[in-house]
Write a protein that binds this ligand. Structure first.
Ligand SMILES: [Zn+2]
Ligand SMILES: [Zn+2]
Length: 154
């Protein structure tokens, strides 16, 4: 388990009025339907079915805008490809060490951290995220078949 300190989005960004283009609306709509925390590439493959002429660069750009607005979240874990979450509320994640898949973690008793007890080298703490690590059901199933886990972690 890793605790990652994170810069929460500024409140002023949420108040910024931004024109929602048709493309951006569709990207947001598709992302919100997914529980898989897709990468931009994965989301591009899905959005392309509704917007055949959209480019990967446009998907990237719109995801960045939506994340800056606080309407979605970027999940950046350990230098791997960025994933996106249609749920903007703070919550915790678990990541599969084999395939890189990310899922939400629901906690009945979320841990409390006393921020004033932290030594942060001058950083002002605004929030934190918990990232659990494990093996997803698909990968545990594969491993039982005695296949070696794939090397190419996303
Ligand atoms: Zn997995
Ligand atoms: Zn999530």
């Amino acid at each position: 388990m890793i605790i990652i300190l994170t810069k929460e989005r500024g409140a002023q960004l949420k108040k910024r009025i931004v024109r929602m283009t048709h493309q951006r609306e569709i990207i947001l709509e598709e992302l919100r339907q997914l529980k898989t925390h897709p990468t931009a590439d994965e989301l591009y493959d899905i959005v392309k079915k509704r917007l055949p002429r959209i480019s990967l660069a446009t998907v990237y750009r719109n995801l960045d805008v939506l994340a800056d607005l606080g309407m979605i979240q970027r999940i950046e874990v350990s230098g791997r490809q960025k994933r996106f979450d249609g749920n903007p509320e703070p919550h915790h994640h678990i990541r599969c060490l084999v395939c890189g898949r990310v899922a939400d973690v629901e906690m009945d008793n979320p841990p409390q951290i006393n921020f004033s007890s932290l030594h942060t080298h001058g950083f002002k703490v605004l929030g934190f995220r918990l990232e659990f690590e494990g093996v997803c059901p698909e990968c545990s199933f594969t491993q039982k078949d005695s296949q070696p886990p794939p090397e190419n972690l996303q």
